[in-house]
Design a protein around this ligand. Structure first.
Ligand code: GLU
Length: 280
């Protein structure tokens, strides 16, 4: 069996905060405990929000925290051909369609309240463009996965969660996927890929055996496992950890610069102090 391999995959859209430190330290600690490998991956597909200075700060903060990883670091902005190839495979299976709906179109189509189920990416798509063939796809279109067809092809899906919050084997049926997640966007019109597609393709390309990340991404895991099935990749195990919250109990976001590691550093915090702040 291949050795343990995990990754920390931040997006350089702002300073790393205590929540990122917790996630990176947890992943690094698990890799060390298993005698395995910890990778850093830069998730910079959203070129409008990513900045080189934030990327440089990520390396600096993580080194300061005592983490190390093999070079070179994978950057998603270098991987667009791999995502395009994965999309082509899914298109060849007849599972994709182009969609030109705006958010407002989707809201209008979902006027009946019972049709407004929320999935990990927002409201479950009502299927307005599902009849459209891929031959019609143009620059104004996003590309969606036909969830019912995809699940019919893959059969029910499951993954093994080892994190303390939801440990166990999780199985998701076709009906659940259609009703609670729906036809997710796999390629956004402005970037030719999406978080779901890129993360799946890259975890497979890097041989990740366990994904360590925040529990806010737990619901998205079913999408990733489905894509692994469809692309003939193996499914890693998962470890979703709790989120670090502010004093009001709200989860930290990149805009919570007050909790940025770089600010704690300026105020004289030590790496051990940061560990203590996140309860490690
Ligand atoms: N890039 C994602 C983020 O910064 C994390 C993706 C993942 O760990 O699957 O939230």
């Amino acid at each position: 069996m291949a050795g343990y391999l995990t990754r920390f995959a931040p997006s350089p859209t702002g300073p790393l905060h205590l929540g990122h430190a917790y996630s990176a330290l947890t992943a690094f600690g698990r890799a060390q405990a298993q005698g395995g490998t910890f990778l850093l991956r830069i998730e910079d597909i959203d070129r409008s929000r990513c900045r080189p200075e934030w990327e440089a700060q990520i390396y600096d903060d993580l080194h300061w925290l005592g983490l190390s990883w093999p070079e070179p670091v994978m950057r998603q902005s270098d991987r667009l051909p791999a995502y395009a190839a994965a999309l082509d495979r899914l298109a060849a299976l007849g599972l994709l369609y182009p969609c030109r709906c705006t958010r407002a179109d989707i809201r209008a189509a979902l006027s009946a309240p019972q049709e407004g189920a929320m999935g990990p990416d927002g409201p479950v798509y009502p299927g307005t463009c599902r009849h459209r063939p891929m031959t019609e796809a143009g620059p104004q279109d996003a590309i969606r996965l036909d969830m019912a067809k995809a699940m019919a092809l893959s059969g029910s899906i499951s993954f093994c969660e080892y994190g303390p919050l939801r440990a166990g084997l999780h199985s998701i049926s076709l009906r659940q996927m259609v009703e609670t997640i729906g036809d997710v966007v796999l390629a956004r019109r402005d970037m030719g890929t999406s978080y779901h597609l890129s993360v799946t393709v890259d975890d497979a390309a890097q041989g990740v055996t366990e994904v360590v990340r925040g529990i806010d991404l737990f619901e998205a895991t079913a999408i990733h496992v489905l894509l692994q099935r469809l692309l003939n990749n193996s499914t890693p195990t998962y470890w979703h950890h709790d989120l670090i919250r502010d004093d009001q109990g709200k989860r930290l976001a990149k805009r919570d610069d007050a909790r940025a590691i770089v600010l704690y550093r300026k105020e004289g915090a030590t790496p051990a102090g940061i560990r203590a702040m996140v309860g490690l």
